[in-house]
Design a protein around this ligand. Structure first.
Ligand SMILES: *Cc1c(COP(=O)(O)O)cnc(C)c1O
Length: 382
């Protein structure tokens, strides 16, 4: 973003870059065209429905983790598919979902049995079961659906015990990847086929879940296309994928203003920003990771090193250490990269923090303020 645009922003704000979003969407659409598979937006990562009409031009619909996301997908990408998975549904929820969803995925045979009548009453819903292939290369435990005693997905021993309840089940769903490449999918499919291969022949579809970093520069898109084509042919089955991150990867920044530069203490100079890790980029603390800032270096790499923290009272509301060629001063803007995903959807107003604006940088480099928040957004939830 040029500095004129940057300096006129009301911070903190997320700026979603339409050109970069379209670049990702074109890549995903290319995979769909080369394979005939369907790719859905997992709304859990990115739910900026202002751009759903745009996303709907490239993808086949949305994936939801429950009623609210399913409703959002139906309302804002109305002509497209709505797929929903939840670890457990409530009865009043499933009744509404039977009306608005095209695909409903159950996390157990007990849930399927419980709601079969309701969903089968609606003839347009295709039902599936989530499996746990008991293979995952995700090292961060809270993102690993195949961890010990996982509550997500049916394991093969359980699946076999319930074989007689498969009547009406048309699909299999698994989700075991996280920010990973095609090679991981390939290795995962070996385990899926080994355990569940005998059931796949009778299924209409398989959903490979999310966690595929398809739009990352080093992702092997051609290998993915070969993999999907092979799988669809071998089992005469239709493949769905539901990436979240890949849709808006590197397609947005979080812009913040320096409020204060503190004197050095214990060898480091703290900078207070008008944005908070805890409220506006919670994955920085949860994952944890250090987001990049445009034009900055690692700690001590450039002449001036600072530790960035938020304006909350949480001692651990620390974003990380960064270095710059020149001194920072109050009023300077910093741009955190790759902040379109798992941010707006996770925002909170802890400690009375204001929510950042949501802006769109359009193809002609104009800024559109899509959302502004105020005191009421803090008060109304309490
Ligand atoms: C989180 C999730 C996704 C999206 O994952 P990304 O890592 O954002 O691609 C897709 N499907 C399910 C079931 C999920 O839980």
């Amino acid at each position: 973003m040029n500095s004129n645009l940057l300096n006129n922003l009301n911070t903190p704000c997320y700026v979603v870059d339409e050109k970069k979003l379209v670049k990702n969407l074109e890549c995903l659409n290319y995979v769909m065209r080369q394979t005939g598979c369907d790719i859905l937006l997992a709304q859990k990562a990115f739910s900026m429905y202002y751009v759903y009409p745009l996303i709907g031009k490239y993808l086949s619909g949305t994936a939801a983790s429950g009623l609210y996301e399913a409703r959002l997908g139906r309302e804002e990408m109305s002509e497209k598919q709505v797929h929903v998975f939840s670890p457990a549904y409530k009865e009043d929820e499933i009744k509404v979902l039977a009306d608005i969803a095209d695909h409903i995925i159950f996390n157990s045979f007990a849930q399927w049995e419980k709601y079969k009548k309701i969903v089968c009453g609606s003839n347009k819903v295709s039902c599936g079961i989530r499996i746990n292939p008991e293979y995952s290369e995700v090292e961060t435990e809270i993102y690993n659906p195949c961890s010990k005693a996982s509550r997500l997905g049916v394991r093969i021993y359980e699946f076999e015990k319930n074989e007689d309840k498969l009547d009406g089940i048309e699909g299999i769903h698994f989700h075991t990847l996280c920010e990973q490449g095609e090679d991981v999918l390939e290795r995962t499919l070996v385990h899926v086929e080994e355990r569940f291969g005998k059931y796949l022949k009778n299924m209409k579809w398989i959903n490979f879940g999310g966690g595929h970093h398809i739009t990352r520069d080093d992702y092997d898109v051609e290998a993915l296309i070969r993999c999907i084509n092979r799988f669809q042919k071998k089992y005469d089955i239709h493949v769905y994928m539901e990436p979240g991150e890949a849709v808006a990867l590197n397609a947005g920044t979080l812009v913040s203003t320096v409020l204060e530069v503190q004197e050095e203490n214990d060898g480091i100079s703290n900078v207070i920003l008008d944005t908070s890790a805890a409220c506006h980029m919670p994955d920085v603390l949860e994952m944890p990771y250090r987001p990049n800032i445009k034009g900055s270096g690692k700690s001590r790499e450039k002449a001036y090193t600072y530790r960035f923290g938020g304006p909350t009272c949480l001692a651990g509301d620390i974003i990380g250490e960064y270095s710059f060629d020149s001194r920072l001063k109050p009023g300077d803007k910093v741009e955190f990269e790759d902040m379109a995903i798992y941010t707006t959807v996770k925002n909170n107003t802890f400690n009375g923090m204001p929510l950042p604006d949501i802006d769109l940088l359009d193809r002609e480099d104009n800024i559109h303020v899509v959302k502004k928040f105020g005191y009421e957004d803090f008060k109304m939830r309490l």
